[in-house]
Design a protein around this ligand. Structure first.
Ligand SMILES: [Zn+2]
Length: 147
């Protein structure tokens, strides 16, 4: 398999050298149960090709990751597992909490009162001014308009 890292646990899972509980597999993505589930049904959707960041993932593969994640979220809702909502989470880079350095999308079933500590604001929530938002938006528009 092209784009494979022999040291990577996800590459080993994709090539059946390491064990996993698979839910879905196709030519470009593989979905299996997270070994350390936040809640029962916690899944990972990974590109078959070893890539650390989403920057390196082919456009079609990225679409497939999200398409499969939506299908899995639907399956979780119909499964009888506790699933009142679903979080899709992709930690892109170590600072963002990425531990396994093979890009992966978490599909996490959620229910009221579960013990998932996912939160965006660890500190107090402050509303930005329109001027601050526009300054940042302008900076990003400039970057994105460059090839
Ligand atoms: Zn890998």
């Amino acid at each position: 398999l092209a784009g494979r890292d022999p040291e990577c646990i996800f590459c080993q899972i994709i090539t059946d050298e390491a064990e996993a509980s698979f839910v879905y597999r196709d030519e470009v993505v593989t979905a299996f149960m997270d070994l350390f589930p936040v809640n029962a049904g916690h899944l990972l959707v990974v590109p078959n090709e070893h890539t650390m960041l989403i920057d390196g993932i082919e456009e079609d593969t990225l679409r497939e990751m999200f398409s499969v994640s939506r299908m899995l979220a639907g399956g979780l809702r119909r499964s009888g597992l506790r699933c009142e909502g679903v979080n899709l989470l992709l930690a892109d880079g170590r600072s963002a909490g990425q531990v396994i350095l093979h890009s992966h999308l978490h599909v996490i079933p959620r229910f009221h009162g579960d013990e998932c500590g996912l939160r965006l604001h660890a500190g107090p929530i402050k509303e930005s001014s329109r001027a601050e938002l526009e300054a940042v938006a302008s900076r990003l528009r400039n970057v994105l308009s460059q090839p």
